[in-house]
Design a protein around this ligand. Structure first.
Ligand code: A3P
Length: 408
């Protein structure tokens, strides 16, 4: 009688220990969840990329450490930065909550404020805010509502990824497609900028079949910068939600130029195109790769037609560093159940970018193609600094408009 009782308490003790062990493991994972943790210059101190441009040539050599070693390395090197970073890690798998307290813009320095005044434009705080979510009729809260009446149809978009070009729009679309409540067109449709005269039935024919309860998403980054598009979108899709991916405009300009090179549209060196010929050092703000990064200017056109609350801004940098967090916020914005989490991503060291563990259709690992994640041409430090100074007032204006500071 004594023996079985002892045995029982021994087994019970082991069981308790076992449970504690798993609890600690789980907790640890929650605290340091960073399967995409990459030891790279952009991570530990969270310095702005202006101080240390993206070392593209190192992309292949950046090691991925597991959670523990990454945490340890950073705790040793930069305790405060690490705990700050950890605090800012939203969308914990345990609590399913996105950190909606995105950093707001501190007042820009006085000299920049002066430049802002000179730049003009309306006060973004006067942009009308929505009282209630626009589209509870589509929202998929808590469970996946698909196909209540099982009729597949080609529906006009509920969501548009409007830009910005070369900021990670394809990655965002590819990641969103994993969600069962999302249906998205593959190629860019260019309806509102190029083919508007073809009419809505043409547009509809280019969109995928979807079931009731699914959201149709279309992505054409040229929408963001094309004047006249916001008014058209407002007219045809008045309650549409808009996703805007943005990235450091200097890097974006280089990425845009690299794409032009690959299509043989640009033949002259970047510096020759980026500056006005007659006055070296004067930035050519009319040149596409430069003007595409004047986010404040383009966004103002959208805010003339859409309330701020129907536009969600995605950080292109964070989409690379921590796609799960950005996707968490996007799903929240779209009123979707948080299906896409960190489990859906892995970091491909060869590619130097996060990829999907499973593509939505094939179920196989999927990285974006070779046209995404190209090496950019080197530019001199001087060029870099001139461009940075050029963009600064526009960036501040943009931060003010969206209430979010990207620290570019
Ligand atoms: P680069 O090719 O200059 O690096 P878009 O899809 O809007 O054209 O943006 C392309 C950019 O998306 C790429 O620019 C790359 O930096 C960025 N990007 C973000 N996430 C990515 C991912 N998971 N895989 C590849 N590129 C990604």
């Amino acid at each position: 009688m004594l023996l079985p009782r002892r045995l029982c308490s021994l087994v019970g003790g082991f069981l308790l220990l076992f449970l504690c062990f798993f609890y600690v493991l789980d907790h640890y994972d929650y605290q340091y969840d960073s399967h995409l943790a990459v030891v790279g210059p952009e991570y530990p101190t969270r310095e702005s990329p202006q101080d240390r441009p993206w070392p593209r040539s190192l992309a292949h050599t950046r090691p991925i450490l597991n959670d523990t070693s990454w945490a340890t390395a950073h705790l040793e090197n930069n305790d405060t930065a690490f705990s700050e970073y950890r605090k800012s890690m939203p969308c914990k798998k345990k609590y399913w909550r996105c950190n909606s307290s995105v950093p707001t813009d501190p007042e820009p320095p006085p000299e920049v404020l002066q430049e802002l005044e000179a730049f003009g434009g309306s006060d973004p705080s006067s942009s009308p805010m929505l009282d209630a979510p626009l589209w509870t009729q589509y929202a998929d809260r808590g469970y996946t509502v698909i196909g209540r009446n099982e009729t597949a149809a080609r529906r006009l978009p509920h969501v548009l990824i409007i830009g910005a070009k070369k900021s990670g729009t394809r990655a965002l679309l590819a990641f969103l497609r994993v969600h069962p409540s999302i249906r998205a067109s593959g190629p860019e449709v260019h309806y509102f900028d190029r083919f508007y005269s073809r009419g809505l039935s043409w547009y509809r024919s280019k969109l995928p079949l979807s079931l009731e309860g699914q959201l149709t998403v279309e992505k054409t980054p040229a929408y963001f910068t094309t004047p006249g598009v916001p008014a058209r979108v407002k007219m045809d899709l008045p309650s549409c939600r808009l996703l805007l991916v943005v990235r450091d405009p200097v890097t974006r300009a280089l990425s845009d130029y690299t794409q032009s090179l690959s299509k043989h549209r640009a033949r002259r060196p970047f510096e020759e195109m980026a500056f006005v010929k007659s006055s070296p050092g004067l930035v050519n703000s009319e040149w596409g790769p430069i003007s595409g990064g004047l986010y404040a200017r383009h966004l103002q056109r959208w805010l003339d037609h859409f309330p701020r609350s129907s536009i969600h801004v995605v950080s292109g940098e964070n989409l690379i560093k921590d796609p799960a967090v950005e996707l968490c916020r996007v799903q929240e914005f779209l009123g979707l159940r948080r299906v896409i989490t960190e489990k859906h991503f892995f970091f491909n060291v060869t590619k130097g970018f996060p990829c999907l563990v499973k593509r939505e259709k094939s179920g196989r690992p999927h990285c974006l193609g070779s046209s995404k994640g190209r090496s950019h041409p080197e530019v001199s430090r001087e060029t870099y600094n001139i461009l940075r100074d050029f963009y600064r007032p526009f960036n501040y204006k943009f931060y003010k408009m969206i209430g979010q500071n990207f620290r570019w």
